[in-house]
Design a protein around this ligand. Structure first.
Ligand code: GLA
Length: 719
C-alpha cells in the first residue's frame, strides 16, 4: 500500500466514527507535496481524515472517509495511549475535545499556520492544535497549547505535542541509540501489535542513550532513495517520548512530546501550557529526500545563523587535556595559524583558584582564570589570537558545579540535590537548578561577564556533562514534578538573553559528547558536538546517523589522534564531511601530514559552499559493508564533491563489481561533468574523466579500492 492509499484501511476502520462530514468541514494543511486533512464530524469532534501525498484537487479529500479522532484523550471511548490527560479538581479526569474554531494564516516568513481550537463541553479546558508548514521544504511543525479556562487549577498529566495516525500494511521503525562515545547507531524494527516507546529521562539533555528523532518506513523498510517514510523529531532539550502503538486493527498511532514521566504540571486559572514542536516530514522517495528536506529547512528557518558559513577550528582538548599553560596555548594558537585554521578553541581546565580545575573532580562553577596556569588571563590569549589573525573561542559548562568548588560552598541552595540523602555524582558534578530565576541570572552572568571582559571571544563551546541527578529542586519545593520542564524552559530563557545581547556569538552545543542534539537547542547554537569518539571509522557511522536530520554545517567533526592506525588523510576526509576542526598538536603529525593538512584545509575552504550549503546524498552506507560514500551537490553551480572510504576490505578479496562502483546522485543527467580526484596526499590532482550526469548516476564509477583505511575525494565539476 502506498501513502495515498492508506485511507482505505481507515475506511474499513471507521465504523466507530459517527457521521460523515461535509466538504466545508475539512481543514486542509498542505505543503508542496504532502497534506494533512482533518474533519469536523457531525458530533463536532475532530478526526484525522488523511495524511499523505497532496492531492491536486482539494475537493478529492472530501471523498476520503474519516480516520481516528485527531487527539486521543484520557477517559473517553478509546482504549489505547492518550495524547492528552487532564485531571480536574472534582476528581473527574476525563477530557472530551470538541471543535470550536480554526484559522489559517500566512506568516511573513512564507510559512502557513493553522490553529484548530478544541474545547471540552463540560470542563473549561481548551486545547489548540497548531501546525506551521514550510511548504517548499515539506516540513511540518505541530504543537499543542493547553489552557485552563476554569477558576480552579487543573493538573495536566499528559500533554503531547502531536498525534498522528497511520493505516498502512506494515511499519518499520528506525531508531538511533547508543551511549557515550557511540551515539546515533541506526537500527530498524518492524512494529507489531502493542506499544514501542523511545524516551529519555536525562533532564538536562534529550540524548545519551537515544537520539530524539526517528524514521518510520510505511509499508516497507525505508531505503535511501525509495519508499514512503515519516521522519520526526522533537524540538526539546530535555526528556522526550515518542510512542508508537499498533492497535488491534493494525493502525499505528504516533504520539510525540515531552516525556510526561514524573512531570505532571499544574495549570492555574487562565494559564496556558505550550508544548514543544514536533517537526516532521513525509517522503515518498526514501531517507535521502527526508534528510534534504530537514537540512534545507534547518538552514533557512531553524538553525542559528543557518545560512552563514562556519569557522574551522583548532581545539586544545585532546592536544593537552587539563595540562596546559599560557605558553603551550600560545604555541597552539601559532599552530592554528600555521595550518590555516580560522579559530582557536580553549577547552576545559582554564578556571578555578581555590580548587583549580586540574581534572574533572573540582573547580566547576568558579569561572575565574586559574592564576598559576594563566597569570595574564584569557586576555593574553585573545590578544595572541588577534595578533595571529585567528579568532578565539572558549569552553564553558555554566549549568554545572563540582561539590569541590567555591560556588557549591556559597550556594548549595542553587544545586539540584536531595536534601536528606547522600549525594551521588555523574562525572563528579551536580546540576544547577535552572528552574530558579536567580540561577538563570547567574548562568547568564557567566557569559555576560566573560564577554564584557573579553569582547574578542567569538565563540563558546557550551558543555553539559551531567544528566539531572539527585532529583530535587530546592526552588520548586512542593512542585517537584515541574522540575524537568522548568529546567529546560530556564535554559532557553538564558540562551534567549545571550542571543539578544550577543547576536554575533557562535556557539557549539555539547553534552558529554552528543547528548544535546535537538532542533530547539539549535535555535541558539550554530553547531553541535556529535560524539567524544573521534575515531574516524566510528565517526563514519556516527555522522551517518546524525546526517539523517542535521545538515553538515551542524556536525562538528575533528581530526584527532584517536585510532592512529588511520592515515591523517582518512581522518581529515571524514571530518571534512562536517564542520571541520582539529584537536591535536603539530607534533602529533609528520611534516608530510602537516603539509597535507594545510592543503586539505584550503580545499575544505573552497568546498565549504558545496559541503555546508549543498544537497547531501548518502551513496554507500558503512552499515552495508566495508565501504562508504557521501556526496554533496552545490545549490548554485551544480558542482559536486564525493567522499569515498574503504574501511577494512578483506585481504586480497576480489572486489565485486557492484561493490566497487559508486553511482552518483543529484546531478543533471543532461549536463557533462569533469571528475578529478583531489585532496591527494602528495598534493597532485588526478583526472578521472569527463562524463554525462546520466552516466555518473546510472553507470557510476569504480571509486572504491581494496586498500584498508583509504579515503578519496573527487571533485565533480559541471562543464
Ligand atoms: C566533554 C566534551 C569534550 C570536552 C570535555 C571537557 O566530555 O564532550 O569535548 O570538552 O567535556 O571536560
Amino acid at each position: 500500500m502506498t501513502l495515498n492509499q492508506s485511507f482505505l484501511t481507515f475506511a474499513s476502520a471507521m465504523m466507530l466514527v459517527p457521521g460523515l462530514a461535509c466538504a466545508e468541514n475539512l481543514i486542509v494543511i498542505e505543503s508542496a507535496n504532502n497534506a494533512i486533512v482533518y474533519d469536523v464530524a457531525d458530533n463536532n469532534r475532530l478526526y484525522q481524515r488523511y495524511f499523505g501525498k497532496r492531492l491536486q484537487n482539494k475537493s478529492d479529500y472530501s471523498q476520503i472517509p474519516n480516520g481516528p479522532e485527531a487527539l486521543i484523550t484520557h477517559g473517553m471511548e478509546d482504549y489505547y495511549e492518550p495524547a492528552v490527560h487532564i485531571n480536574h479538581p472534582d476528581g473527574n479526569n476525563s477530557l472530551q475535545l470538541t471543535y470550536k474554531t480554526h484559522t489559517t494564516s500566512r506568516l511573513t516568513d512564507g510559512t502557513e499556520q493553522t490553529v484548530i481550537t478544541l474545547a471540552d463541553p463540560v470542563y473549561d479546558d481548551e486545547v489548540k492544535l497548531v501546525y506551521v508548514v514550510y511548504p517548499e521544504h515539506d516540513i511540518f511543525k505541530a504543537h499543542t497549547e493547553i489552557t485552563n479556562r476554569s477558576n480552579k487549577p487543573v493538573e495536566i498529566e499528559k500533554y503531547a505535542s502531536s498525534m498522528l495516525h497511520f493505516a498502512n500494511g506494515d511499519y518499520y521503525l528506525t531508531q538511533f541509540d547508543g551511549d557515550w562515545a557511540s551515539e546515533a547507531n541506526a537500527s530498524e524494527t518492524k512494529l507489531k501489535f502493542g506499544k514501542k516507546q523511545l524516551d529519555t529521562k536525562l533532564g538536562t539533555r534529550a540524548d545519551m542513550f537515544c537520539s530524539p528523532f526517528f524514521q518510520l518506513g510505511l509499508d516497507a523498510p525505508a531505503q535511501e532513495n525509495a519508499g514512503d517514510l515519516l521522519v520526526g523529531t522533537l524540538g526539546w532539550t530535555g526528556n522526550y517520548r515518542f510512542t508508537f502503538e499498533v492497535d488491534h486493527k493494525g493502525q499505528l498511532r504516533v504520539i510525540s512530546g515531552i516525556n510526561p514521566y514524573a512531570s505532571a504540571m499544574t495549570l492555574q486559572k487562565g494559564e496556558t501550557f505550550v508544548t514543544p514542536e514536533f517537526i516532521f516530514t513525509l517522503s515518498d522517495s526514501g531517507r535521502g529526500t527526508a534528510s534534504r528536506n530537514f537540512h534545507d529547512w534547518a538552514r533557512d528557518h531553524q538553525l542559528y545563523k543557518g545560512n552563514d558559513t562556519r569557522m574551522t577550528l583548532l581545539n586544545n582538548w585532546e592536544a593537552t587535556y587539563f595540562d596546559f599553560d599560557e605558553e603551550k596555548l600560545k604555541r597552539l594558537i601559532g599552530e592554528a595559524k600555521e595550518l590555516g585554521i580560522d579559530m582557536f578553541l580553549l577547552d576545559d581546565g582554564w578556571f578555578g583558584n581555590k580548587y583549580p580545575r586540574h581534572s574533572d573532580t573540582q573547580g566547576l562553577g568558579d569561572w575565574q582564570e586559574t592564576a598559576d596556569k594563566l597569570p595574564n588571563g584569557i586576555g593574553a590569549l585573545t590578544e595572541a589570537a588577534k595578533a595571529s589573525g585567528v579568532k578565539f573561542g572558549l569552553w564553558i559548562e555554566p549549568e554545572m558545579v563540582n561539590p569541590k568548588s567555591e560556588l557549591y560552598e556559597k550556594h548549595k541552595d542553587w544545586v539540584i540535590t536531595l536534601p536528606n540523602r547522600d549525594e551521588y555524582y555523574f562525572r563528579n558534578q551536580l546540576v544547577l537548578d535552572l528552574s530558579n530565576p536567580k540561577v538563570q541570572d547567574y548562568v547568564f552572568d557567566i557569559v555576560d561577564d566573560l564577554m564584557t571582559r573579553y569582547p574578542d571571544i567569538a565563540f563558546f563551546k557550551w558543555d553539559c556533562n551531567s544528566p539531572i541527578t539527585n532529583i530535587y529542586s530546592n526552588y520548586e519545593k512542593m512542585n517537584q514534578s515541574r522540575l524537568y520542564v522548568d529546567y529546560v524552559r530556564g535554559l532557553y530563557k538564558v540562551l534567549e538573553r545571550i542571543q539578544a545581547k550577543y547576536p554575533d556569538l557562535m556557539m557549539m552545543m555539547c553534552s558529554g559528547g552528543g547528548g544535546r542534539t535537538d532542533y530547539e537547542g539549535l535555535k541558539y547554537f550554530t553547531e553541535f558536538w556529535p560524539s567524544d569518539n573521534t575515531d574516524p571509522v566510528e565517526r563514519l557511522y556516527i555522522q551517518w546517523g546524525f546526517s539523517q536530520i542535521f545538515p553538515a554545517k551542524t556536525l562538528c567533526a575533528h581530526v584527532t589522534t584517536w585510532n592512529r592506525s588511520t592515515p591523517v588523510k582518512f581522518r581529515t576526509n571524514v571530518a571534512m564531511m562536517g564542520k571541520l576542526g582539529f584537536d591535536l598538536k603539530l607534533d602529533d603529525m609528520s611534516a608530510d601530514d602537516v603539509a597535507y593538512c594545510q592543503r586539505a584545509i584550503r580545499n575544505y575552504n573552497a568546498l565549504k559552499p558545496i559541503i555546508l550549503e549543498g544537497d547531501q546524498y548518502r551513496l554507500m552506507s558503512p552499515y552495508e559493508g566495508q565501504h562508504a560514500a557521501t556526496m554533496y551537490v552545490g545549490k548554485n553551480d551544480g558542482n559536486a564533491v564525493v567522499f569515498t572510504f574503504d574501511i577494512y576490505p578483506r585481504y586480497k578479496q576480489e572486489i565485486h563489481k557492484s561493490e566497487a562502483i559508486v553511482k552518483l546522485n543529484g546531478l543533471n543527467p543532461q549536463a557533462r561533468y569533469r571528475v578529478t580526484e583531489i585532496d591527494r596526499q602528495d598534493g597532485s590532482d588526478q583526472s578521472v574523466g569527463e562524463f554525462s550526469g546520466e552516466y555518473l548516476m546510472t553507470v557510476g564509477l569504480p571509486l572504491f579500492t581494496l586498500n584498508r583505511l583509504n579515503s578519496r575525494v573527487f571533485s565533480v565539476d559541471r562543464l
